[in-house]
Ligand binder design. Structure first.
Ligand code: ADE
Length: 253
């Protein structure tokens, strides 16, 4: 099975290509993106930086499936935290995704993707379980016996949470807007800009899909600063650490 690895940040992809590749990777340019093909941690993979937003993510996912023949897609990146008790550095594995800016009322209910009859799209159970195992192992290895850590609060052990991820073409940087999202979509745990678009493409093509997001900010007025410092310092270590354990865990699947 060829696995498509999508990242929302170039830093993340660069480190993954450097650290996870078993040998030389070939780069193919299409539609302004570079698709890197080769073996990573013993698996055939195609890794690509999607760029930001739903259109960029959906076209990249479509290319991965129809041009490169991937049979599963995993998206890694960062997100703004919505759920109370979630901190910068915590990890969210999506079980369901919504497009929070999809609104064709009064023709269709809010959030429903027109003509599909569906609003929330579920991730693949097996990929989800593998991602939870990979994220938990990463946290254990990084923070285990040595009492060390990762992230902005080295003494604090990041949580791994499974929940609803919401996506839209907007960087959320106001506490009031974050509160509206939380109220509008029951159980919304974090917000980002790509996942639900990839979920829709994968549902339509019948390709299993998973998302893992590390909380980079609280989607409030401090979000721009917190986001930048998290992305510049630790985000890539998380993604690569989780991706490595995920690929190794799925060697026989
Ligand atoms: N990705 C990371 N933080 C985000 C935020 N606050 N809003 C949207 N996408 C994000």
């Amino acid at each position: 099975m060829v696995i498509g690895l999508m990242s929302a940040m170039p830093e993340e992809l660069e480190l993954a290509l450097h650290e996870l590749a078993d040998g030389p990777l070939l780069g193919f340019e299409h539609g302004g993106r570079t698709f890197h093909t080769g073996r990573m941690c013993g698996r055939e993979c195609v890794a690509v930086f999607s760029r930001w937003g739903k259109v960029a993510a959906a076209t990249t996912a479509t290319e991965l499936i129809s041009r490169f023949g991937v049979q599963a897609i995993v998206f890694t990146g960062v997100a703004g935290g919505l759920a109370p008790g979630l901190h910068v550095g915590d990890i969210v594995v999506a079980d369901k995704l919504y497009q929070h800016d999809m609104d064709a009322r009064p023709l269709f209910p809010r959030f429903e993707v027109p003509l599909t009859g569906r609003a929330g799209l579920e991730t693949d159970a097996s990929i989800r379980e593998s991602l939870v195992r990979a994220a938990s192992a990463f946290v254990e290895d990084a923070c285990g016996a040595a009492g060390g850590g990762i992230g902005p609060a080295p003494g604090r052990r990041p949580r791994v949470v499974v929940g609803t991820v919401v996506s839209g073409d907007r960087f959320i940087a106001r506490a009031s807007e974050a509160a509206e999202l939380r109220a509008a979509i029951e159980g919304a745990v974090c917000v980002e800009m790509e996942g639900a678009a990839v979920a829709q493409v994968c549902a339509e093509y019948g390709v299993p899909f998973g998302v893992v997001r590390v909380i980079s900010d609280a989607a409030d007025e401090h979000a721009p600063g917190t986001f930048h410092s998290f992305v510049e310092t630790v985000a890539s270590r998380y993604s690569v650490g989780i991706a490595r354990r995920f690929l190794l865990g799925r060697r026989n699947l």
